[in-house]
Each structure stands twice: as structure tokens, then as C-alpha cells.
Design a protein around this ligand. Structure first.
Ligand code: NOJ
Length: 515
């Protein structure tokens, strides 16, 4: 596995909204290069860049029209190459967002595949044999082509599904191809060419969009796992250091497929939402949350993933509500004490480090719908447009958070007690203790139903660190005997350990070396 993942801390950049250097109201690659020192200064040493390829932007770039070209609004392929170089020059890494499941309807492959005459792209997408037959279990596009057939779509109706075959094609449905048929093999081969192109140019790997749904009618994921194992062999041969992170939401399956890491997400069986995004989040000071189901699921995944790869828990992403929509102030700091002391590489969504909020009531932009409010421009300082762009405010791609007290990087950098500085400190603590890094083991000590605090031990070789987290506004204790040797991090009042009992003060978090 790529060694650099052992201590990677990712920063997710949504390129549209990060930093605009040419005053057109939308972020660009030069803008990212300009802010690399900022990201490194925070302590992040890896970047996940959301899609930056040519696209009609009906789904923020998850509708690619040319996998080999950077979208002109972000710059050129040369600019992206320079971003790779500048990232590496700072000892950082960068992964791109690969969208292998579907393209835009504007992609030339799709236009060719719509033709009635057979051609090289006829089998590139999942088409039925007749307009009157729909691909069962999937939405589809119908009546838009000379070709007599319906085409399956993966997400929005302008995202036709690429054809990687069916796990078990039904014999009476000739249009369902097997994974070994020529069309599906050609699709996979082209996806590898795309990966080869960008890895060859210097990118360090991919976050893979909807990685678990490529092979159709594949309930247990067996076909899709096999497909990714094939990709892993290719990478091991040609790009052994490339990192692969999946949007699958089921680490057990993703890691079998050869991914290095899989995310726990707002969908799927992980109970991730219990932490920050539900009516009573565990990290709220109200103290009415429940972490036990999350931990139960985490343990199951953790056991299955041992020796195979990592599980990552993101602070958020471009598809979820901002963390700061649900929890605030000290609650956010305590949430990050958790996020930055768990195994797997942490992922910080741009702006979460300053507690950027969800912008309410925005009109949807580029297929964002309810997600648009989590994609607003980065708030750098108190200058025009919060330092994001020199365009007039109506020209901004998404309106800024207009609240007068909106957080900014410059204000928080100067304030010792800010969220930004707390996170920076937490990252430094993590990076100076192997037990806290991605591969350090975790053992849960206290994670009871409807109860606080939450405690676990991280360990690596001789180093053992007890983490105690109490987001609630009340002191909370549990029975546990150990000798505390040294406090390496604390937020709020330090814990007390007496007579086999540990008590955590209201709204506190602490990391302690133990024997
Ligand atoms: C998941 C991506 O994160 C999301 O933004 C996108 O809309 C869908 N996949 C479709 O590609």
C-alpha cells in the first residue's frame, strides 16, 4: 500500500468555490496553487480535488464530457500538471476524482452510442434492445436517439451508465452483457487508460465516485469487487504508489476490491449520521445522542478490514450538510478531537476548519439542489467577496454566506482560541504520535447506549493513548482502571482518574499516554 497514506491528512477542495484568480466568479487551478501553503500550514499533507474535467456541469462535474481535458473554466492540463508539481514540491500528495460509472450525455462516446448503426461505442453504455423495454431496477433515458433502446442512468437523467456488464446476465435478455463481453472489457480498458493518463502526469491516485455500483444486478457486490481487483493488478504493475479511495460506504467490500480506503458516509449502514447529522447528534452539548450503534458498525467493519486497508470518517463533503449546520462552537472542536484521533486518513472538507456554515435557501446551482448550501465560496478574509474572487458579487458562481459574523481564515488564524487553531494543534498532536496515525489500532473502552463520554485506546507498538471525549454539557464518568502517564492533548478541563473511575468534565476531550 502507498506508504504516504500512513500519515496522510486530506483536505477536500471543491474547485468551483476555493479561490478565483481570474475574476470570473468561479475558482480555478491557479487559485488552488496559490493556497497550497495555507493547506500545508494547517497540517494537511494530501488533497482530494473534486472533478475538474470538461463537463456541461449538470452535476458539478460528475457528468464528464472529456476525461482527458481539464474544464477550461479551471485552466488547462498544463495548469493541473503544475498543481501536481507544486503539491509534490511541498511534500504533499493529490488525488483526483474519477467518475467511472457514467458520463454526461454530451460525451462523444454517448453521442456515438445513440446512433442506430453499430459502431465502436454501441456497447459502451447499458442499453436495452428496444425502446419499449426498460432496464429493470434502474432509471433510464428513452426516446432521445435513433437507436431503438432505452439507456440506463446512474444518478441524474443526464448521466448514462457506462457498461461494465451484469453479474449474472439473464439468458432471455440478450442486451445484458456479461463482464467478460467485449463491450464491458473495452469500457474498463478505457477507464484504465484514463487513470494511466493522469497518474502518468503526476497525480497520486483517485477518489472513485460511486465505486460500488459499476457492475449491474450485482447485489452482493461480487462482480464489482472482481472488477476492482482487476484494476488493482493493473495499478500494482504500473503505478504501485497510487492511492485508491472509494465512495462505496461498505469498507468490507471496497477493501476486498483492492481499495486502500473507503469512506463512512451519510448513506449506507454506518450510522455516521448519528455523530453529527441527525435530530440529536452525539456531538451536540445537549447530550442526548447515541454513539453505540455507530461503534457497533465501526467495529464490524474494522475487524473485517484488518490488514486490508483503512476506513475514513470525513468531516463532511460536497454532498452533505455542513458540520456547522448542526453543531457549534466548542462542539465543533470536540468533534474534530474525535475525527483527528480515529484510525484511517482524516478528510477535512474545505471551510470546515473554520466552521463554515450551510448557506440556507440557495437556488440550486449545477445540480447541487439541497447540497448547494454546503458548496459556497471559501471565506478567506474580510476583503471583497471574503477574498474568494474579485468579481462583482452577483457574478459569483454560488452566493457567499452573507451573515455578518461569518468565519474567515484571517480572523481565525489570529485568534488563539479559534476552531482553525484547535484543528491545527490537533493535527500536530496526531502527526507526532504514531499510535494516533492511520494505522494505529483502536480498542473501544466506553461507548454505551445513550451515554457519555466516549473512550477508546489507540496503540502502535509500545505507545498507548487513551482518548476520552465528552461532548455533552454535563460531567460524565465510566469505570476504568489505568495509570495516566502524560496528557498530550486536552480541551476543557482535564479528566480525573480515581479509584477505577474516569470522569470527564462537561464539553471536554483529552488524549493521555497510558501504560
Ligand atoms: C457522488 C458524488 O459525490 C455526487 O456529488 C454526485 O452527484 C454523484 N456521485 C453522481 O456522480
Amino acid at each position: 500500500m502507498s506508504k504516504w497514506l500512513d500519515n496522510a491528512i486530506f483536505y477536500e477542495i471543491y474547485p468551483q468555490s476555493f479561490n478565483d484568480t481570474n475574476g470570473d466568479g468561479i475558482g480555478d487551478i491557479k487559485g488552488i496553487i496559490e493556497k497550497l501553503d495555507y493547506i500545508r500550514e494547517l497540517g494537511c499533507n494530501a488533497i482530494w480535488l473534486n472533478p475538474c474535467f470538461a463537463s456541461p456541469f449538470g452535476d458539478a462535474g460528475y457528468d464528464v464530457s472529456d476525461y482527458y481535458s481539464v474544464a477550461p473554466r479551471y485552466g488547462t492540463n498544463e495548469d493541473l500538471k503544475l498543481l501536481f508539481e507544486e503539491t509534490h514540491r511541498r511534500n504533499m500528495h493529490i488525488i483526483l476524482d474519477l467518475v467511472p460509472g457514467h458520463t454526461s450525455t454530451e460525451h462523444k462516446w454517448f453521442k456515438e452510442s445513440m446512433r442506430a448503426e453499430k459502431n465502436k461505442y454501441t456497447d459502451r453504455y447499458v442499453w436495452t434492445d428496444s425502446i419499449w423495454e426498460e432496464p429493470q431496477g434502474m432509471s433510464c433515458l428513452r426516446g432521445i436517439s435513433d437507436r431503438d433502446g432505452s439507456c440506463a442512468v446512474n444518478f441524474f437523467s443526464h448521466q448514462p451508465a457506462l457498461n461494465y456488464g451484469f453479474y449474472k446476465p439473464e439468458p432471455d435478455k440478450k442486451w445484458q452483457q456479461s463482464m467478460d463481453d467485449e463491450g464491458p472489457r473495452a469500457t474498463l480498458c478505457e477507464m484504465k487508460n484514463i487513470m494511466r493518463f493522469w497518474l502518468g502526469m503526476g497525480c497520486d491516485g483517485f477518489r472513485v465516485d460511486m465505486a460500488g455500483s459499476l457492475v449491474k444486478h450485482d447485489e452482493d457486490g461480487k462482480g464489482t469487487i472482481k472488477l476492482w481487483q482487476n484494476v488493482r493488478e493493473f495499478l500494482d504493475r504500473e503505478f504501485p504508489d497510487a492511492a485508491m479511495v472509494s465512495e462505496w460506504g461498505e469498507p468490507d467490500k471496497a477493501l476486498q476490491g483492492g481499495f486502500h480506503m473507503d469512506f463512512l458516509l451519510h448513506f449506507g449502514p454506518s450510522h455516521y449520521n448519528d455523530l453529527f447529522r441527525c435530530a440529536e447528534p452525539y456531538f451536540s452539548s445537549r447530550g442526548k445522542g447515541d454513539i453505540s450503534e455507530f461503534v457497533k458498525k465501526y467495529k464490524e467493519n474494522y475487524e473485517k478490514s484488518q490488514g486490508k486497508g483503512l476506513i475514513c470518517i470525513p468531516s463532511g463533503n460536497h454532498d452533505m450538510d455542513r458540520l456547522a449546520r448542526h453543531i457549534h462552537d466548542d462542539e465543533l472542536k470536540i468533534a474534530f478531537a474525535f475525527l483527528l484521533s480515529m484510525p484511517g486518513a482524516p478528510f477535512i472538507y474545505y471551510g470546515d476548519e473554520i466552521g463554515m456554515n450551510y448557506v440556507e435557501n440557495l437556488v440550486s446551482v449545477e445540480g447541487g439542489y439541497g447540497r448547494t448550501g454546503s458548496r459556497s465560496p471559501m471565506q478567506w478574509d474580510s476583503s471583497t467577496n471574503a477574498g474568494f474572487s474579485s468579481a462583482s458579487s452577483e457574478k459569483l458562481y454560488i452566493p457567499l454566506d452573507k451573515r455578518p459574523n461569518r468565519p474567515t481564515v484571517s480572523a481565525q488564524a489570529d485568534d488563539k482560541s479559534s476552531l482553525y487553531n484547535e484543528i491545527k494543534h490537533l493535527i500536530a498532536v496526531r502527526q507526532s504520535h504514531n499510535a494516533l496515525k492511520s494505522k494505529g489500532k483502536i480498542e473501544f473502552i466506553y461507548a454505551e447506549k445513550d451515554s457519555y463520554p466516549f473512550a477508546y485506546i489507540r496503540s502502535m507498538e509500545n505507545e498507548k493513548i487513551l482518548v476520552v471525549i465528552n461532548p455533552s454539557g454535563k460531567a460524565a464518568s465510566f469505570e476504568f482502571s489505568c495509570t495516566l502517564r502524560e496528557c498530550i492533548y486536552s480541551f476543557g478541563t482535564e479528566i480525573s482518574a480515581d479509584n477505577g473511575k474516569i470522569t470527564a468534565a462537561p464539553q471536554s476531550a483529552g488524549f493521555y499516554k497510558i501504560r
